[in-house]
Write a protein that binds this ligand. Structure first.
Ligand code: SF4
Length: 220
């Protein structure tokens, strides 16, 4: 008998993403975050009821259609708030790797402390190449280009993760933070980790040109 399908509450999936890890990546943003850090720029991902349910198998099929993929970045929202879906997604990516794509790396963000993840989700951590844990703390200095605040370490967890990210903490200077823009369904999506003040500066520049942003993700 076939197993019941696993569903994931999805905010967004995008390819290519070039600002959240090594190379050209698939980006998958989970919907729903119970952590709710002050200063989070992705507040559109907080509500569990927003986003859309998607079968993990369908999301994986969409991933496998892409060409030239170096890795998958999983963010949110909080991926570990949906551990069953995250596990199914990671297992599917591992199967995809085994079928001729051994150099795909899986890079995952979480706002949970590392100790909490190790205690509750050790089996999931073993399926990642890179993890950036810990909540975003607006009062601390900002992190490197792939990290929001300085308390968030970039942890390679596999030989591939260490080879790609280990020798430079994966994080060139915060000055190298880059944002990527995509337009879909009448919305502007900013992808990446902004430097402090970038979103306010962007809003000011748009306003100077007569474009007034509404319903932005960095403010409620
Ligand atoms: S920074 Fe991440 S963990 Fe923190 S509230 Fe935003 S989505 Fe949630």
């Amino acid at each position: 008998m076939a197993a019941n399908p696993v569903f994931l509450r999805l905010n967004k999936a995008h390819y290519p993403v070039t600002v959240l890890g090594y190379g050209r990546r698939i980006g998958i943003w989970f919907q729903g975050c119970s952590i709710r850090c002050k200063g989070c720029v992705s507040q559109d991902t907080w509500e569990e009821a927003a986003g859309a349910w998607m079968r993990v198998a369908d999301l994986l099929a969409w991933c496998r259609q892409k060409e030239g993929v170096d890795g998958v970045t999983i963010s949110g929202g909080e991926p570990f708030d949906q551990p069953r879906a995250l596990n199914a997604l990671l297992d599917g990516i591992r199967r995809w790797k085994r079928r001729g794509n051994p150099d795909l790396d899986v890079f995952c963000y979480s706002g949970y402390p590392l100790k909490t993840l190790q205690a509750r989700h050790g089996a999931l951590l073993k399926k990642l190449d890179v993890l950036v844990p810990e909540p975003y703390v607006d009062a601390l200095p900002q992190g490197g280009c792939w990290r929001g605040s300085a308390n968030q370490p970039l942890l390679p967890l596999s030989p591939l993760g260490r080879a790609r990210y280990g020798d430079r903490d994966g994080s060139p200077s915060p000055k190298e933070k880059t944002l990527q823009v995509s337009m879909e369904d009448g919305q502007i999506w900013m992808i990446g980790i902004p430097a402090r003040g970038d979103m306010a500066a962007l809003e000011d520049l748009c306003a100077q040109r007569g474009l007034h942003l509404q319903a932005v993700s960095w403010r409620r």
